[in-house]
Design a binder for this molecule. Sequence first.
Ligand code: HEC
Length: 213
Amino acid sequence: MQMNSNTSAWLAAAGVAVLVAATSACSKSAAEAPAGTAAVAPVPDYQLTGTIKDLMDSEVDPSADYLWESVATTVTRKGIDEKRPRTDEDWKEVRRRAITLIEAPNLLMMEGRRVARPGETSENPGIELGPEDIQQIIDGDRATFIQRAHALQDAAKKALDAIDKKDVDGLSNAGETIDKACEQCHLKYWYPPDAADRLKAGAGSVRKSASDR
Ligand code: HEC
C-alpha cells in the first residue's frame, strides 16, 4: 500500500509518457530489491540532436507524403490510373513509412527537444511564427503539444492497421486523418493567426514571462 501511494505520486510527478514507462518499471524493481540495495535506474543517455524542424523535414513529412501518394486516382488521356500498393514489396514499403510516422511523435515529445537551432528563422515570416515564438508556446503548455503529437500517432496507427489488412480504402481514409492531425498541430504552433489568438487568450502569460527575463 505504502509503495503504491509512493509510486503513484512519483508517476504523477513524472508527467511525460516516456518517463512514466521508465519510472514504473524501475519502481517495481526497487520494490523487489532487497533492503539496502536500492536499484539505480539506468538513465538513458538520449542525444537530442535533431530539432522539431529537422524531424518534420526528415521523418514526418517524407513518411506522410509517401503514404498520401501511395493511393491516388489520376485521370489521364489513356484512362484512369489507380495508384495503390499492389505487390508485397509495395505493402512492405508503405508499412515502413507508417512505422516511422507512428514513432516520430515520440521523438517530438521528448523533453528538451528544441523547435529549431539558435538563429534559425522562419522561412516565411508573417505567415509562419518564428522558432522562438513556437518554443514559448510549446513550453508554456506541453500537455497540449503532447496531445497533438499523440493525435498524429493515433492517425498513423490507423494507417498501419489498414496496411496490415491490405485495405486500400482504409489507408486512404487514414491519410485524411493524418492530414488533419498535421493541420491541428500546425494551426496551434506554426501559423500566426491562431497562435496570436492563443497568446492573447491566456498563453499571453508565456510572452510576459519571456519579456520579464
Ligand atoms: C505535434 C505537433 C506537430 C505535428 C503533429 C506535425 N507537425 Fe509539422 N511542424 C510542427 C512545428 C512546431 C513546426 C515548425 C517548426 C519550424 O519549422 O520552425 C512544423 C513544421 C513542419 C514543416 C516545415 C519544416 C521545415 O523545414 O521548416 C513541415 C514540412 C511539416 N511540419 C510537416 C508536417 C506533416 C506532413 C505533418 C503530419 C504528417 C506534421 N508536420 C505534423 C509541429 C507538428
